[in-house]
Ligand binder design. Structure first.
Ligand SMILES: Nc1ncnc2c1ncn2[C@@H]1O[C@H](COP(=O)(O)OP(=O)(O)O)[C@@H](O)[C@H]1O
Ligand SMILES: [Mg+2]
Length: 533
């Protein structure tokens, strides 16, 4: 607390220090007031509201006509009204003081209290708030302004106007207000901490969203085959509308990726994208996950919890594996989609949300409807705009692009500089039937990157399923002889590629003889002419 009170008015007396006994002379009314203020601040949820009632409490003290708390924004030279009592609301919103400006600015700059016994005689007083204008003409007011010190630095000021009374004990008043100011300072400190934590989280959130956006930007979907181009067209058509989208296609074809792309290319891009996997959650959990619950809805529901529908408000809700949704949740979902509203579990309040829905499934929904596993009415709700994701085996030209993309991605991730994929390995990748689609290809390449010790991915870096029968997928195991043969063939083809078809130089490269290489070329049916250019 600041000891010295500066009196700026000409006839004012400068006190040496606020005497300790000043507080002792506080009357019962003031103590009750301080107690109330302490309680208000201790239970405060938000500073502005709390300060308004603090100023109100002060306003009940004898002679007080108005009061205001002005705070300095962090890293700024300006003071703004955080809360006021007895002054015009409009003025409170508009008014600001620079550091050092007027009495208020001076207190904020020096951190020392100022007492103005008679405001009409103080030219320094700017009174932008109109707090020093007496309610009745000819009436004189006094003004006491004390600093709010946070970590010993002025974070703002507390100013109070009183009806002028001759012989008022200003020391005492200053002391009393300084106590209120130091209690306020605690609340300001807490508010600053909360604010900076919130700012940090917000910052982190924005950063993460940006990162997500970049990752799922259209440009990150690899593939230029005809079927993929049709997918891009459809995404472009539908993204900016609020239409419900149903994504169908085998597992690993990129449905989730496309769902992201739709969201990040929509007008909702800045809002949340919330995913729920209908298959991952047990029946009992999925409803509370989607719609949330009220406190006491079931054992363990200790507080209200928002569901994913509410969390996605303003943004996109992605219901993945919707074909696995149980019957009772299907009904609830249908209602939520039809009426755009629902109740939380165990609640009666109707929740309205603005959500764009994207659903995905690898199931044959028509068959599921026939079998009575999926509601037809829900299907029609979802089937507004359907995008079919083509399986990888139907877009062979994309295999290489994807393989290169993943090679770069995992090379970087595992700190390896692998430059290319050998021709035989490419042949193996191209002729495989990819039942697991892009996800399987991604796994295959990551594995190859991990086991590869050189700067080229060879056939033997690929899993055995790809080594056999050139991708028919009929043979799943490989004999040692066949595996060694595949490896040998691979090495020779690769060497021939490097030497542009020269057997002699290939033999040298492999530390072998031209005769042996010639023999193997025949054995494996390699055509060296293929490598000449
Ligand atoms: N066209 C594509 N370009 C790049 N990566 C893809 C592409 N399609 C799928 N992927 C990748 O394959 C994996 C599976 O994709 P995902 O969207 O989860 O498939 P689905 O939801 O259809 O099972 C993911 O890691 C994804 O990044
Ligand atoms: Mg998926």
């Amino acid at each position: 607390m600041q000891k010295a009170a500066t009196y700026t008015s000409p006839e004012a007396v400068r006190p040496s220090a606020v005497a300790p006994q000043a507080f002792e002379s506080a009357d019962a009314e003031e103590l009750a007031c301080l107690l109330e203020i302490g309680q208000t601040l201790a239970g405060a949820q938000d500073l502005k509201t709390a300060m308004r009632s603090v100023l109100e409490t002060l306003g009940r003290l004898e002679g007080v006509t108005s009061g205001a708390l002005l705070l300095r924004e962090p890293d700024s030279e300006e003071l703004h009204v955080a809360a006021a009592h007895g002054v015009g609301e409009e003025a409170a919103r508009r008014v600001s003081y620079r550091l050092g400006e007027g009495v208020v600015g001076r207190v904020a700059e020096t951190g020392k209290p100022v007492v103005v016994p008679q405001v009409s005689r103080e030219p320094l007083l700017l009174d932008r708030l109109g707090a020093a204008r007496p309610p009745r003409q000819q009436e004189e007011l006094s003004f006491v302004c004390v600093p709010v010190l946070v970590s010993r630095k002025p974070a703002g000021v507390l100013g109070v106007s009183f009806r002028y009374r001759q012989g008022r004990d200003y020391e005492h008043t200053t002391h009393m207000l300084s106590i209120v100011a130091s209690m306020t300072a605690q609340a300001v400190k807490v508010e600053h901490l909360i604010e900076s934590e919130r700012a940090r989280l917000l910052d982190e959130n924005t950063h993460l969203r940006q990162e997500l956006r970049e990752r799922y930007d259209f440009g990150h979907i690899v593939g230029s085959s005809g079927p993929m181009r049709r997918v891009y067209e459809q995404v472009t058509q539908v993204a900016r509308a609020n239409t419900t989208v149903l994504l169908r296609g085998e597992s690993g074809t990129g449905k989730e990726m496309v769902a992201h792309a739709i969201h990040y290319n929509s007008l909702r891009a800045g809002k949340p994208f919330i995913r729920v996997s209908c298959a991952a959650l047990p029946e009992t959990l999925i409803e509370s996950e989607l719609f949330g619950y009220e406190r006491g809805a079931f054992t363990g529901a200790n507080a209200r919890k928002k569901g994913r529908f509410e969390l996605a408000d303003g943004g996109t809700l992605f219901l993945d594996e919707i074909g696995d949704l149980n019957a009772s949740t299907q009904i609830k979902l249908l209602r939520a989609l039809q009426e755009r509203e629902f109740e939380r579990l165990g609640g009666t309040e109707t929740v309205r949300v603005n959500v764009r829905l994207i659903a995905a499934t690898n199931k044959d929904l028509d068959r599921a409807i026939e079998r009575g596993e999926f509601r037809e009415d829900l299907y029609y709700r979802l089937n507004v705009f359907t995008i079919f994701m083509p399986p990888l085996r139907e877009r062979k030209p994309d295999i290489l692009l994807l393989a290169d993309h993943f090679l770069e991605k995992y090379g970087r991730e595992h700190g390896k500089s692998i430059r290319r994929i050998s021709t035989p390995a490419i042949d193996m990748l191209s002729s495989y039937h990819w039942p697991g689609n892009v996800r399987e290809l991604e796994n295959v390449i990551e594995r190859a990157v991990i086991v590869c010790e050189s700067n080229v991915i060879h056939g033997h870096h690929l899993p055995p399923t790809l080594q056999t029968a050139e991708g028919t997928g009929t043979v799943t195991r490989l004999s040692l002889e066949a595996a060694v043969g595949a490896y040998e063939r691979d090495l020779i083809q690769d060497a021939l590629k490097t030497t542009r078809g020269s057997r002699k130089r290939a033999a040298k490269l492999l530390d072998s003889t031209e005769r042996i290489i010639g023999y193997k070329i025949k054995k494996y049916g390699i055509d060296p002419e293929r490598f000449r250019d």
